[in-house]
Design a protein around this ligand. Sequence first.
Ligand code: C5P
Length: 306
Amino acid sequence: MFLFHRGGGLQLHTPAKLNLYLEVLRRRDDGYHELETLMLAISIFDWLQVRTNNEGQIRLVASWAAGINARAQPSPWTELPDAKNNLVFRALERLRIEAGVELGIDARLVKRIPAAAGLGGASSDAAAALIAANQLWQLNYSRTRLATMAAEIGSDVPFFFSQGAALCRGRGERIEPFRYRRRWHFVVARPVQGLSTPAVFSRCRPPREPRSVNPLVAALAQGRRRAVAASLWNRLQEPAESLEPAVARLRRAFERLEFCGHQMSGSGTSYFGLCRGRRHALRSAARLRAAGWATATAVNSIRMPD
Ligand code: C5P
């Protein structure tokens, strides 16, 4: 999360994430799945602008950044939820009630991270909203306290309180940061279609012998690209492909290019390829766009300030 003071309010740049590894360990009695996943923050950002109001109301205006969907065809997945169903609104309302504050917040959200895409856009926005409100309302809540509240808003939200690299367990809300070497370059693309997270999870059969994340953690710590590529894994990819054929078409498009490795992110439908460097990523994104995958973009891993 990058935070700037702007004219009496705050502006936050909230990143997307990629799941380089995602294993489903078991189905839980509460309807969730026990997970082990490794996430990296990447250089696609939503913008959240916030300032206080004296009316004690949470007001949110959300829109797509100009031109962001111009390259993609309009679809149900490019519609934004009503303001009151947006996780930013829900996070702010919850914090306002819990802290008993009388001030409100006017928030403007400009979205660039595709929705229903497995890139954590809404979760990142919600984490930014909590961090911003904590400052604006001078609550002095600790990061731990905010992250605990964040976990109740969504399983991926606590990750965005990390510095951009974490192993996440439980529902995804138990965070263990790790260090990695180098800046990692990727191409991210998504089909027009999105997928609903509950639908993908309910199609997934937890394995008898789960994979281990340790080889990937070691490869990232040592900066060994080939070993990273060999340890990419996403248990949700198979169910996602069976629900949405566009994911398999995107996989085949990635297979035709020379990525070091590639897979779907989260519960889809975004797909990413690991590249040798920035130039390789830019060239591969251009080739995917030329092949009709209009959303293909070169991105890199980012580290966020504490
Ligand atoms: O926590 P969040 O609201 O993001 O989860 C959305 C849905 O995704 C859940 O209602 C559940 O169906 C599914 N899910 C799951 N196991 C997880 C995370 C999410 O089954 N660990």
